[in-house]
Design a protein around this ligand. Structure first.
Ligand code: ATP
Ligand code: MG
Length: 311
């Protein structure tokens, strides 16, 4: 079942068209990744889903209700983790959770119990009494997530929750997302880190310049580019005629030299490695090293846009 359906959504800021009529959906119980470089329109998109921004055009349907007309239908069920930390530095972690919990309408024992549960989930129970200004970047990010979990939402939207933090906090956050999802929470996870999205998400929308340029599981996305990957070779006793011969192979997309390495972009083909090795042997060259990279979402993005995800 689709928990959320976004259709032809548009948003401009004065001259900049940040979101250009995008359409996608989120299934109940999945982790959907929204992957894209800086300025792709990720935050603008999820701000409209979180009803913080009004779309110029298009429709957002949550559980059968149009939330542009009826924002309440999503607000009570949504945990939104903003890209910018939204905490009071002079208050303790617990006081921040109390403040935000009350803002969600929680109080008394329910709130107290929920704060205990949430601080266990985000792993800051032992620092609850300390002022947030003494927290590390990673702990602030975790508390930022904790705030969004207080009212036990059915959908959580996270906007780049691991930017600029230590690997330990990052892993903790990734594990938390999986744990919450296992317990039934639906997740929209926004990031420009391909590795995180690959690790977490059953389905991924790749966004660029206000548009969704591809959608599917990691495997489906890689299939869309014919499983293209890099073959890195270091050879001795060869010349350009060999490279031209390799490049002429129907499953070789391109070949280039870089720092003494030869990098061939190759398509999925069970014969291709054998064919290339045969050509090298026939030429009389020797292979010093050979390495095939697994195709990844970076390769998908590169193929679709001609640019890297991270510039
Ligand atoms: N408040 C604003 N006023 C004017 N332009 C804006 C505003 N917010 C975003 N933009 C522009 O809209 C485009 C999309 O921005 P958005 O923040 O949605 O992208 P993003 O994918 O979240 O990027 P990032 O990875 O940097 O967070 C960008 O060109 C950005 O400069
Ligand atoms: Mg953003």
């Amino acid at each position: 079942m689709n928990l959320l359906t976004v259709t032809n959504l548009e948003k401009s800021y004065k001259k900049i068209k940040a979101v250009k009529g995008i359409t996608f959906h989120v299934k109940q119980g999945e982790v959907l990744g929204l992957l894209g470089p800086n300025g792709a329109g990720k935050s603008t998109t999820i701000s409209m889903i979180a009803t913080l921004l009004k779309p110029d055009a298009g429709e957002v349907i949550y559980n059968g209700t149009d939330i542009v007309k009826n924002p309440k239908a999503i607000q009570e069920n949504l945990g939104y983790v903003p890209q910018e930390i939204a905490l009071y530095p002079m208050l303790s972690g617990k006081e921040n959770l109390m403040f935000w919990g009350r803002a969600y309408g929680l109080k008394g024992n329910t709130l107290k119990k929920r704060i205990e549960e949430v601080s266990e989930i985000i792993g800051i129970a032992d620092r609850l009494k300390d002022k947030v200004k003494t927290y590390s970047g990673g702990m602030k990010r975790r508390l930022n997530i904790g705030v969004a979990l207080l009212h036990n939402p059915e959908l959580i939207i996270m906007d780049e929750p691991t930017v600029g933090i230590d690997p330990q906090s990052r892993n903790h956050i990734l594990d938390t997302v999986l744990k919450l999802n296992k317990q039934g929470m639906t997740v929209i996870y926004t990031s420009h880190y391909m590795e995180e999205v690959e690790f977490l998400c059953s389905r991924i929308c790749i966004m660029d310049q206000g548009e969704i340029i591809a959608e599917g599981s990691k495997e489906e996305l890689i299939k869309q580019i014919d499983g293209a990957r890099d073959l890195k070779l270091r050879l001795e006793n060869y010349d350009d005629t060999l490279l031209a011969k390799i490049e002429a192979h129907p499953s070789v997309v391109s070949i280039e030299k870089s720092d003494g390495d030869i990098i061939a972009k190759i398509k999925q083909d069970t014969q291709i490695i054998k064919d290339i090795v045969d050509m090298i042997n026939e030429h009389g060259a020797s292979i010093m090293s050979m390495d095939v990279e697994e195709p990844n979402l970076e390769a998908v993005f590169l193929q679709l846009t001609g640019r890297m995800l991270r510039d």
